[in-house]
Design a protein around this ligand. Sequence first.
Ligand SMILES: Nc1ncnc2c1ncn2[C@@H]1O[C@H](COP(=O)(O)OP(=O)(O)OP(=O)(O)O)[C@@H](O)[C@H]1O
Length: 269
Amino acid sequence: MYKMEVKGLSKSYEVEGKRHIVLEDINLKIMEGQFVSLLGPSGCGKTTLLTIMGGFQRPDRGEVFLEGKKVEKPGPERAFVFQNYALFPWMTVKENILYPLKKQRISKKEQDERLEELLNLVNLKGKENLYPHQLSGGMKQRTAVARGLAPRPQVLLMDEPLGALDFQMRKTMQEEMEQIFIKDKTTVIMVTHDVEEAVYLSDRIIVMSSARGTIIEDLVLNDERPRNRMSSAYRSKVNYLMEVLRRAVKGEFNKEGGITEEERRCLVV
Ligand SMILES: Nc1ncnc2c1ncn2[C@@H]1O[C@H](COP(=O)(O)OP(=O)(O)OP(=O)(O)O)[C@@H](O)[C@H]1O
């Protein structure tokens, strides 16, 4: 059985009396422990797809399943990490992380144990009594990830989690995220604009096109971890995805809506 499955998903919005198709017949099967990135031009529907998978929005057509069970509303088994972290400013790091557990009515002892585990995991030991305004961007991001992981979700959905960080911090956080998620075998679905980030972290990269609201590439990456950002295999994948994205923005696709197998062979080592 797949960890998550998206079947025939379509979504449109009505803006000023005109219907605008954002997603059209999206099908996806995600395996347990897979780190999946969603890439695509701005406005192609990545966040819409992620929020439907989170149960925050309903599709017009189609269904989402988590371990075969239909997703209809948000639930603790699907944690969501927002781009702006969405931490509660009046709560400390500790209170933010424990918030989802309070809602689950878990004993004080279990809460303390889980907190300890999470602070170690995201490297925030000693910072638990600070408030969000006293944290760096990376620390806020790690607090948000710890809060997402607190109720031991089956799937972590992240919308541009590193979007607000500068270039150097982003690279450091990618390496930390790899430690946290890949070693722990968490199933992650992450929206990103950053091709390098996607190639560094993902087992699989899905590229969406704005033109038709569809998936135009589904690339599996088996390269050894941690990945060498300078290797030719790594660079060729980055260059290939840049080319796919360039075409996605310009709407240049063949009849099937994707890149041909021959082009793929030439571009990916
Ligand atoms: N509630 C809404 N009402 C009307 N249109 C919406 C709504 N939410 C999203 N849209 C439109 O749907 C399209 C897809 O938006 P979405 O946020 O999913 O894209 P995205 O790929 O995540 O974009 P970005 O990369 O810029 O964050 C956009 O054209 C957006 O304007």
